[in-house]
Design a protein around this ligand. Structure first.
Ligand code: MN
Length: 240
């Protein structure tokens, strides 16, 4: 997928169309998800459109990375989930119910992994935005300060979790009871299956950064935190 420097609304539409052509499927409009679009929709599960053009996150995350990460990896999880769930007791369940129903069941690992990865990635794309980073909205910043002591400490905890996750996984800002916290998860594991409510996430699988940063995961993580993280999305999730 070619990068476009011209960010007009027309360009955006063209990019969307390209993504739809790549995905071959879109979540039904009007579908009700709890935290991500399409998550409440019935099967077959769709690949929700990216909330921005493929070059919107440059230079931190390039359109080339997005073309593989979204167009190949995320799409493959959707396709695998639909294939694996067909004809099973999970075939008619919305995405979030599939994730919760298969979690911790050793004989359902493949369905869980793909369903959770579909959900995690849709949540990740929304956790980022062009011109993100910076200071969180006041309402969120107050909650962060009450839980971490300072906003800087919260960012530091997120960075440490993301950098220290051994192998593939995710770093999350979560609501745990009435406090905010930071957790990390391995592979497809997601706070969706716990009592914690996910507020935002950073993907630290190598496919998220290797084309742009190679082995320098910390550089990717810190650039995301400084320039892309969507604090407004975290605040929205807090009040959902
Ligand atoms: Mn990923």
């Amino acid at each position: 997928m070619k990068s476009r420097k011209n960010k007009t609304s027309t360009t955006h539409k063209l990019d969307r169309r390209k993504f739809l052509a790549v995905s071959g499927a879109v979540c039904a409009s009007g579908a009700v998800g709890i935290l991500v679009p399409g998550a409440g929709a019935a099967v077959p599960h769709g690949l929700p459109p990216l909330p921005y053009p493929d070059n919107a996150l440059e230079p931190v995350i390039t359109a080339r990375t997005i073309s593989f990460h979204y167009g190949k990896h995320h799409k493959a999880y959707v396709d695998n989930l639909n294939r694996l769930a067909a004809g099973t007791e999970y075939a008619e369940l919305p995405l979030e119910r599939v994730v919760v129903a298969t979690a911790g069941k050793p004989d359902k690992t493949a369905i869980f992994n793909n369903a959770a990865q579909v959900w995690n990635h849709t949540f990740y794309w929304q956790s980022l935005r062009a011109n993100g980073g910076g200071e969180p909205p006041r309402a969120l910043k107050e909650r962060i300060e009450a839980s971490f002591g300072s906003f800087e400490e919260c960012k530091k905890k997120l960075s440490e979790a993301a950098v220290s996750q051994f192998g593939s996984g995710w770093a999350w800002l979560v609501l745990d009871g009435d406090k905010l916290g930071v957790v990390k998860s391995a592979n497809a594991e997601t706070p969706l299956t716990t009592r914690q409510k996910p507020l935002l996430t950073i993907d630290v699988w190598e496919h998220a950064y290797y084309l742009d940063y190679q082995n320098r995961r910390a550089d990717y993580v810190n650039a995301v935190l400084d320039k892309l993280v969507n604090w407004e999305f975290a605040l929205q999730n807090l009040s959902r």
